[in-house]
Structure formats: C-alpha cells, structure tokens
Design a protein around this ligand. Structure first.
Ligand code: ADP
Ligand code: MG
Length: 339
C-alpha cells in the first residue's frame, strides 16, 4: 500500500448501490459494479437506461445521491482529486478551443499534462496519424464532423493514457469503418495496460470488445457476467415466429414451449412469438408439430439474439416501449447472475 498512491492492485471500479435522482425519477437506482483492472468492461443498455449518469458519478462529475464508489480503492466523493488523476473520460464534450486546429488542441492538452514542447508536438502528430486525422490536422475544430470530433476526443484522452478510461458510447453514430478503427484502438489501450469501461447500446459491440458486461435497464443492473454467459442465457440464437391467425397465438406458444423446452415471449399486436433456440434442428420438429395442429405460419426466422431480444428475455419488455412501461419501475426485479 504505502507508496502505491494509485492503489492499482485494487479493482479499477467498485460501486455499491449508486443512486442518482433527477426530480422524481431515479435515473440510477442502486447500481453495483465491480471491474477488475486490465479488462474491457461493457455497460450495455438502451437510451435513457442511466449509463451516462453512472459514468458521471464514477468520474466525479456528478455527486451520487446514494451508495458509494471507489476507483482503484479511492472514494469518488471523499478523494475526487486522486480519482481524477487515475481516469480519463471521453464523451459528449471535446475540445479546448473551436477556432484552433486539431493539432493545436492536442498540443495544448499535452502541454497541460506536462509534456515538453517537442514531445507534445510529436505525440499530437502520432495520435492524429493513428486516428486518420492527419489530413484534417490543420483545420479549425469548428469544421470537424461528429465522427472526427469523436476520434479527436479519444486521441486527447490517450495523451496521458490514464489507468482507467471511461468511453461513453464511443461508436454511436460512427460509420462502420471508423467504428472498427475505434474498436482496434480500444483493444490497444487495454493491451498497453489501461482498464476501459465503455457504454454501448449495441450487443455486438459488447460482444466484440468486452470481457464482462453489465446490462442496465431503468437505472438498475439486471444482468452481469461474460458476454457468452449472457448469450447462452438468451439462447445461442433467437427464433421468431409470426402466425397467420391471431386466435392461434396461445396454442402456438404452448407448442413452441413444449417442443423447444423454453419460455417464450410474445408481442400480441403483431402476433409474434420470440424464443431462445439452443439447437437449430429443433426447428424441424417445431414446424411438424405446428402443421399437425393446423397452425399456419406467416413468417419464421432464426437470428443471433439482438439487444432487443436480450432485453425481452431479461426484462420481459423490449427496448422501445420505455415510456409506456415506465410505471412498473417500482416492481422489484430479480437480478440475474449470468456467469
Ligand atoms: N441532468 C439531468 N436532469 C434531469 N434528468 C436527467 C439528467 N441527465 C439524465 N437525465 C435522465 O436520467 C435518465 C438516464 O439518463 P442517462 O444516464 O443519460 O441515460 P443513458 O446514458 O443510458 O442514455 C434519463 O431518463 C434522462 O432523461
Ligand atoms: Mg448516455
């Protein structure tokens, strides 16, 4: 302990029962997190789930209304100055000065962090190159697109390469090529010793990057574990059935559950049944059983589970229906441990 001011052997993040209340709504409603150092940890959830608010509390930018959190053992409320030296945050805010060029902004950041003049310049050039911004380096920031800003923002957070980096939806709105580039950069950060907590709305992003994830919904962690664990709890694939006659819905559902041995979800208005599917061949059995019962299908598909299905399975509601379903937020949810 003595000289280890960073406490880097401690978990990068430990949060216990974090709460943030805005007006009457509990944006973050008792979030527990434990992130070991050296990993990429994904926080997966739909818009409005409480991801940004959670990060802002962990990054000392917002005071929790309840619970506590430590970064490498340092309390975010009692030791914010130490915490700030251990973290980098990228997100919705970016630049020093809009009228300055990308290079100038990075040089200023570097100088602020104590790099010498020539080292700052070298670092800026290196990062601009790495992020494919060399061409635009001399342009003032106010002419940068959203994607370019995002890349510059991440580049700036890499100058110091802090032990813990928060990336808030680093790829939302990026084109596929830039997105892949961003993934590579994030992997490189971790390979060179940082711990990364990233938020995302995309299951495949969590799948590509994260060693572990927490699924967050309406301010609560509803599942935690490895991505594989999460996927197997949802099923390796997801079967979707749309039946022709809505009156057959109940009977169809019974048959699906019986043949596949699983619990299904339905969206009644569309007459659609969704079920986790472990083995592909069971589909044949299912089709035979449905035909024998005289049930006609309109549509059948087998897909990799999407975030929507993960949510449907874990919460019993989809990602989209937020506002309508808001009233049951007081219902205690069973927290599922998936790995
Ligand atoms: N400063 C704020 N004032 C009031 N409500 C807020 C504020 N910031 C976030 N919220 C609300 O808190 C909830 C969680 O928001 P947020 O943490 O931004 O979710 P996410 O990042 O997962 O999309 C949302 O309902 C949002 O409208
Ligand atoms: Mg957000």
């Amino acid at each position: 302990m003595s000289t280890n001011m960073g406490g880097l052997s401690k978990p990068a993040i430990e949060a216990d029962g974090l709460v943030k209340i805005f007006g009457t709504s509990r944006a973050v409603d008792g979030v527990d997190l434990r992130v070991e150092s050296g990993m990429i940890y994904g926080v997966l959830g739909p818009n409005g789930a409480g991801k940004t608010t959670t990060i802002r509390m962990l990054a000392t930018l917002l005071r929790p209304d309840g619970g506590s959190a430590r970064i490498f053992g340092h309390d975010v409320v009692k030791e914010p100055h130490i915490v700030r030296q251990l973290i980098g945050v990228t997100g919705q805010y970016a630049s020093v000065d809009e009228t300055l060029s990308a290079t100038e902004n990075l040089v200023i950041f570097s100088r602020l962090l104590g790099l010498g003049r020539s080292e700052a310049r070298r670092k800026a050039e290196e990062l601009l190159e790495e992020f494919g911004l060399s061409e635009a380096a001399k342009r003032p920031l106010k002419h940068f697109s959203g994607g370019m800003r995002r890349r510059l923002d991440l580049a700036a957070s890499l100058i110091a390469q802090p032990p813990l980096i928060f990336l808030d939806e680093p790829t939302t709105g990026l084109d596929p090529r830039t997105r892949t580039q961003m993934w590579d950069t994030i992997r490189r950060l971790v390979a060179s010793g940082s711990t990364v907590l990233l938020t995302t709305q995309y299951l495949d992003e969590a799948d590509q990057l994260a060693d572990r994830i927490a699924v967050i919904d309406r301010g609560q962690v509803i599942a935690e574990g490895t991505v594989d664990g999460l996927k197997s709890s949802v099923g390796a694939s997801s079967l979707q059935l749309r039946i022709s006659n809505p009156l057959d819905l109940t009977e169809s559902r019974r048959i699906v559950e019986q043949v596949l041995g699983v619990t299904t979800n339905i969206s009644a208005e569309a007459g659609k049944i969704t079920a986790p599917l472990a083995e592909g061949d069971k589909v044949t059995d299912l089709l035979i059983a449905l035909r024998e019962s005289g049930i006609a299908l309109m549509e059948l598909s087998v897909q990799k589970p999407t975030l929507d299905e993960v949510f449907l399975t874990l919460t019993g509601h989809g990602v989209e229906e937020d506002a309508a379903a808001g009233t049951d937020s007081s219902v205690l949810k069973q927290k599922e441990v998936i790995a």
